[in-house]
Ligand binder design. Sequence first.
Ligand code: NAG
Length: 429
Amino acid sequence: MLTAVVVTAVVGVLVVVGVCADEHQQEGWRDVEVLRRGRDWGTPDGALVSREGLLLEDRQTRVRKHASAPAYANAKPVPAKSIDSMPEAFDWSNVRGQNFLVPNWNQHIERYCGACYIHGSLSAAQDRIKIAKKGLGPDIMLSRQALLNCISDAVGKNAGGGSEGCNGGTSQEVYDFMHKVGLPDETCNHWVAKATKKCDAEAMCMNCMAYAEPVMENNKCWPVKKYVKYFLREYGLIPQDEAAIMTEIFERGPVACSLATDDVFDYNYTGGVWTRKNNMKNSNHVVEVTGWGKTKEGVKFWQARNSWGSYWGDNGFFKILRGENHMLIEEDCWFTVPDWKEEQSLREGQVVGGMFGLREKPRASENDDLNFQLELEQMAESAAGHGTSASMLHWGSLVVTMLTGLVIGAAATAFSMRRSARANYNVIS
Ligand SMILES: *[C@@H]1O[C@H](CO)[C@@H](O)[C@H](O)[C@H]1NC(C)=O
């Protein structure tokens, strides 16, 4: 009898361990694991370069300078054309009336996070996806949060790499991750400005529901295991050369460039071409460069996008002197060649979407009810073990109804109070 109990317990433990281990065998996680072991992030002089004159919190962003012989992947930029052969002004926000830039970002909410390298690099990559799709909608924003959750695991201190998530990193690290692991879009995991999870399947892509069957749970979350991932076929460093950078932008889309910013720029840029010099020797920031132009007075500039909100600078953008490696903007620019095949196969109907992620296209004989039934069964399996009583369903819906009533009541009261406040004001004026 005792033996039977022990054997059952051991088998039980093995099953549980097996399930957990299986969880970690999720596709994304396994790729990260390969990366982690591979240690092929490759800058030989990989020391973190600290920002000069650290004064303010924002200065904590650190960028690792690329090595003289960077281990960039597998590709060279497009051959540089002469500057004269390209337009005097060009920007991806307006190519013959069409915008190819997806929305602005703010890396600093809801808390400060030194993730400029994620934002600048992904901004350029996601705009290049839009360009590769020739503007075909919907626009996608890459999941900065999935990257943050997983990149610090992949290249963090333990792996001897440079990135520490919210303490800075490089475009090379971001692009190497996208090249090898791929990234979902923002709908898989939205930005909260700190690494929230160890890099398991849920850290890459998740969903939550209020579920009634088989047990009531108001917020049941689960990893989404199959979703569209965007990869980079190629990425690499562009030579420090005005024409080479312009050619990459013109031919294939925005690029990500490091920048050596200081407080005057961070806090006092209010528009126009930034020409004020600082003598900083190391970059501490990464931004997206989307185009170029020339002022009426003949000052050449890069058009660049920051990741500090639309209220910063010129609607989130800034212009900076072009052709003089001003504030180091030309010495560490990276290009990407996106791969959006998985989105294409979804469009072509080879897979279909659902609450639990992508799945194979159902056979013709299966109807929607049956599919939904299958999903419920799947749900029941993953919910097993978190069991609350089924009768909670009724209490749950009662509570929801009462709360809804309260919210509507409060909103109505607030509305009528505002109306009467306005009415009073009108009387006074
Ligand atoms: C920004 O400009 C204001 C107003 O001119 C000035 O008081 C402040 O010192 C400047 N800040 C920096 C960091 O230069």
